[in-house]
Every structure is written in structure tokens, then in C-alpha cells.
Design a protein around this ligand. Structure first.
Ligand code: HEC
Length: 131
């Protein structure tokens, strides 16, 4: 009898890389990076680096229209009373001008919920640790 107890190296490497991926997130951040290309025309994920739209660094938990380094918010955004989380960002990217009537964010809208899941996972990679 010659039972081989060694785990083949490629299988081990795969197991380790799976373990390293964040298990709690439904979305795939890597795929979300590709979805973000559409947002990236107007947004960055770098802290306080805004283009036409405000930086989305640390956007989760932010009250809409309150990034102090961005001066171009509409009153519609500032007065919306929205706080950004999975649910509100999903509604915004689906139908910006239905969700925030009068916003300057001109975006056709993402239809695919899986794409939005991936996008949310990617946005979370630029979330600073909770204080
Ligand atoms: C054509 C440019 C453009 C595109 C494309 C765009 N946005 Fe925006 N976005 C804006 C502008 C401009 C604002 C500020 C709007 C306002 O004040 O009414 C904004 C605001 C936001 C806000 C609110 C941020 C805050 O500080 O309150 C979020 C969240 C957001 N965008 C997410 C996204 C995501 C995610 C995508 C991609 C799916 C996207 N945007 C695509 C221009 C854009």
C-alpha cells in the first residue's frame, strides 16, 4: 500500500487563493472594476479626487451631496436626504434621474443586478476602515 497523502501543489494554491477572496460579498470586485469603467468617465475612487462627479472614495455611509472637496453638487442632491449604501447606490445607478430628481448625474443606468452587485463589491475596495 502506498497512500499518497501529499496535496498536489496546484490544488493547494487554488484553495489558498479562494480562502483569500472575501467570502461575505455576493459581488465580484474584479468584475466590478470593469463595470466601473462606465462610472470612471466622471468618478474616481481616489480620496478627494473628483472629476465631473465627486470622488466615490468612502462613499458608503456618506450623506448625499456632502463631500466637502467637491463643489458642484446640485441642490437636488444636497437636499435629497439620501445616505449611500448598497440599496441607495443600486437605485441611483439604475435610474439616476428618477431616484434623485434634478440631479446632474447624466447616466443611462445599469440594468443588470449582477453587474451592480459586482460594482458595489468593487466600490467597497475603496472604503476606508470604519472609525
Ligand atoms: C456623466 C458623468 C457621470 C457618470 C457616467 C456617473 N456619474 Fe455619478 N455623479 C455624477 C455627477 C455630476 C454627480 C453629482 C450630481 C449632483 O450633484 O446632482 C454624481 C453623483 C454620484 C453619487 C453621489 C455621491 C455623493 O457624494 O453624494 C454617486 C454615489 C454616484 N454618482 C455613483 C455613480 C456610479 C456608481 C456610476 C457608474 C455606474 C456613476 N455615478 C456614473 C456624474 C456621473
Amino acid at each position: 500500500m502506498n497512500r499518497n497523502k501529499r496535496i498536489p501543489a496546484p490544488a493547494l494554491a487554488l484553495a489558498l487563493s479562494l480562502a483569500a477572496a472575501a467570502p461575505a460579498q455576493a459581488g465580484d470586485a474584479e468584475a466590478g472594476k470593469t463595470v466601473f469603467i462606465k462610472c470612471g468617465v466622471c468618478h474616481t475612487l481616489e480620496k478627494d479626487v473628483s472629476k465631473v462627479g465627486p470622488s466615490l472614495h468612502g462613499v458608503f455611509g456618506r450623506k448625499a451631496g456632502t463631500l466637502s472637496s467637491y463643489a458642484l453638487y446640485t441642490d437636488a442632491m444636497k437636499n435629497s436626504g439620501v445616505v449611500w449604501d448598497d440599496d441607495t447606490i443600486r437605485q441611483l445607478v439604475k435610474q439616476p434621474r428618477t431616484f434623485i430628481e434634478g440631479t446632474r448625474m447624466i447616466f443611462l443606468g445599469l440594468k443588470d443586478d449582477k453587474q451592480i452587485d459586482d460594482l458595489l463589491a468593487y466600490l467597497k475596495t475603496a472604503q476606508p476602515p470604519a472609525e
